[in-house]
Design a protein around this ligand. Sequence first.
Ligand code: 5AD
Ligand code: SF4
Length: 489
Amino acid sequence: MLKKIAKYDIIYGNGSGCMHLPDYKEARSRDKRTYKTLKFEMNSSFKNKYADKKFYLKTYGCQMNEHDSENIEALLCSLGFVKVDDYLDADLVLLNTCSIRENAHNKAFGMLGRLKHLKNEKKDLLIGLCGCMAQESSVVEQIRRDYKFVDFVFGTHNLYQLPNIIDKAIEENRQQIEVFSREGDLVEGLPVVRATPFKAYVNIIYGCDKFCTYCIVPYTRGRERSRRKEDILKEIDELIKGGYKEVTLLGQNVNAYGKDLYENYTLGNLLEEIALKNIPRIRFMTSHPWDFTDNMIEVIGKYPNIMPSVHLPVQSGSNRILKLMGRRYTKESYLELFKKIKETVPGVAISTDIIVGFPGEKEEDFLETLDLVEKCKYDNAYTFIFSKRQGTPACKLTDEVSLEEKEERLQRLNAVVNKYFLENNKKLENKIVPVLVEGISEKKEMYYGYSDTNKLINFVSNKELQAGDIVKVKINAAKTWSLDGELVG
Ligand code: 5AD
Ligand code: SF4
């Protein structure tokens, strides 16, 4: 078997047999070791072993987690489990968690509270937790201490061990905790059940080395590790063969792609190779402004199948706060990059993330953020109140801003960003935009889909359309978060 795919070693998803607990000190460390690429194969003794069981999978957080859940679902299906949409019908409930902000964390613990009651009535119910929260030592300690009814926990670095962990949890009937603090080798060939037959996520780089001072991701997702370009291109070829219309290249910071693997091959080169294939739509996210090169911008502007849509998180408009956040750019250099992208990529829509109430943020810092928003007039923005994450440097900073003040800043910020969403959308009135059809919105009896610039379009059509069709829509009315139109071709 090894000879057939000699480039890879095979990994079967077997556990090590002993308990592993997460540790931030280890998670933080970065060394220069190189990574092997391993090929996953399902241990044949597990295949369909649990054919009479049903699972419910709840996913919290970002696209990376959504994509992990597509692998988890496929692994569970290979074990024989069948998916259900109501957790009350399930034999196994698995929570794929997010730890980016406290509310995501609270939601998962709220769900565990409901599951505790359910388990009292349904003794055989199997409960598991995975994803970013599993990488947090405080969460795992709490689960071991207060949530003994949770049957198993595994982390982001050993998702491939799921078959073995579940099997052990069932066979041994005691809590299984298998979390690796450090990232392991890259694992290719995990099975996947994609959410739609026309749009697909493709991981290109895992982890993050930026260590923004507020952010937990470098601890929960480990060091930046790029997938080999051959593996990515092969996955994309298969998606094209399968009729997929859109791929979204995923990474915590896609702009760092290739740096750890190649002397001279970056996101710009990868995007170009993919653009030359016959796939109608390519997206990528998320981009850190620090790693954005002129070559990448030129490639994005050059190819019509690279969508003119860039997510460029700014976080703050105050140089003092950007420095405290460890963001490695200034307001001025961000604006310069922003301008370059706008000038080079025709019709580009730029979206962003902004945090208000970072420790020490004063009214004048916040006004700098508002000023930046006035200059950038973003097409979309995700705005957040700073949330303390245990183990991050910002968690230790004194935070004298009251919650009321932070909430008030968030409202003021949202009023400004919303104003520009509408203003930008209004510019599309009477224009014709390409839309990838996703389906029919039940409430409105209209089709819906996303434009090239990633705007939600609701539209009427005089002919029947299929999800996955790319059509032309004339925009009749702009709203803040969507646009209404009619099919023209
Ligand atoms: N508090 C608030 N927002 C955060 N983000 C990341 N960490 C935190 C935190 N501790 C936001 C950033 C990031 C987005 C994914 O989540 O804006 O870009
Ligand atoms: Fe977090 Fe910063 Fe990395 Fe983004 S770039 S994942 S905000 S540490």
